[in-house]
Design a protein around this ligand. Structure first.
Ligand SMILES: NC(=O)c1ccc[n+]([C@@H]2O[C@H](COP(=O)([O-])OP(=O)(O)OC[C@H]3O[C@@H](n4cnc5c(N)ncnc54)[C@H](O)[C@@H]3O)[C@@H](O)[C@H]2O)c1
Length: 307
């Protein structure tokens, strides 16, 4: 049994991870300021700190809690907000992340696992599905700040021997997803269809993404605690799905049609994003188990229950 802190543990991926860690018998503390997370998503069996990752008391709290392992998922996750306010994104995603790293270092945490992004870190590339060996030239402050924190993790290992793993998720979807997020498009479209509301499509709808189901991502996060590998690992399906294919899958799950209209594309948005998962297969012994059709159907059923 490990003593684990999950930052962002009231959020979409974090709260799903917390449930899985508790089911495995670990002791879990959730740190979250509830800016997009929800108190009712936090498992009753976890300790809960309603706190900002920038809070000055972090090191002191870590010292008295003696965590073995930290999952760092708390972040400003919206690419469009990062384009509008890069300073805010930097403060949360770099300075906030550093505050976690300092608290971890000072309190003797053994390992930190960071939720990074594959969708926003590589920029526009012709290598699709994109492997981790492609140089990262992010096209948004969000991607740049995630990359900066990755480099800090490496620095903390080199200098202080604080161990780490970095998982670069493609676009994650599933129950509990916050609609404003990086990959909120499935959350937005499923909710719109469940409530018979229209949807805006930015650009021509031919932009592709690699959508990975949340339970598969959680399985990868759990496996990452057991490996001894300090590079970046993409967590993805390696399959490209465009907006029209996504809509078709949602309509099939709902057995009704979505009303759509087109709007101009947004700055900072990449046209194609699809990540190789070869390294995850080799290093983590992980591959996605949930098909897109099944994942969309589970997500839609959850959204209907909430509406
Ligand atoms: N959802 C995706 O497709 C995706 C893709 C790539 C990477 N990620 C990364 O995965 C992680 C989790 O994302 P998610 O989709 O679950 O988003 P989410 O918004 O549901 O979760 C983020 C959580 O962090 C909390 N938080 C935000 N700022 C905070 C702060 N300053 N202090 C304390 N808590 C704070 C929020 O309240 C929320 O509970 C993030 O680091 C995100 O960048 C997500």
């Amino acid at each position: 049994m490990l003593n684990i802190l999950v930052s962002g543990g009231a959020g979409f991926i974090g709260s799903t991870l917390v449930d899985a860690l508790l089911a495995k018998g670990h002791k879990v503390t959730v740190l979250d300021n509830l800016v997009s997370g929800r108190r009712d998503y936090v498992n009753q069996a976890a300790d809960f700190w309603e706190l900002d990752i920038l809070d000055d008391s972090l090191s002191e709290r870590f010292l008295s809690s003696k965590f073995d392992l930290v999952y760092h998922l708390a972040a400003q996750i919206d690419v469009r907000i990062s384009v509008k306010d890069p300073v805010l994104d930097n403060r949360i995603n770099v300075v906030g992340g550093l505050n976690i790293l300092e608290a971890a270092r000072l309190s003797g945490v053994k390992k930190i696992i960071m939720a990074s992004t594959g969708g926003a870190i590589y920029g526009e590339t012709n290598e699709i599905p994109t492997p981790e060996t492609v140089a990262a030239y992010p096209l948004s402050p969000y991607g740049i700040n995630k990359l900066a924190l990755e480099k800090y993790l490496n620095y903390y290992y080199q200098v202080f021997k604080l161990d780490y793993s970095i998982l670069r998720f493609s676009n994650v979807y599933g129950p509990r997803q916050y609609k404003g997020g990086e990959a909120g498009v499935i959350a937005i479209f499923t909710e719109a269809l469940a409530n018979n509301k229209p949807c805006l499509i930015y650009g021509d709808g031919k932009q592709t993404r690699d959508y990975v189901y949340v339970d598969d991502v959680v399985a990868a996060l759990i496996k990452a605690a057991e490996i001894n590998y300090r590079g970046e690992i993409n967590i993805s399906t390696a399959q490209e799905v465009d907006i029209w294919q996504m809509i078709e899958a949602i309509e099939k799950a709902a057995d009704k049609k979505l009303q759509t209209s087109l709007a101009p594309s947004k700055p900072g948005e990449v046209l194609r994003s699809c990540l190789s998962n070869q390294r995850a297969k080799e290093i983590l012994d992980w591959q996605p188990q949930v098909s897109f059709t099944d994942g969309i159907s589970k997500t839609y059923q959850w959204v209907v229950k909430q509406s």
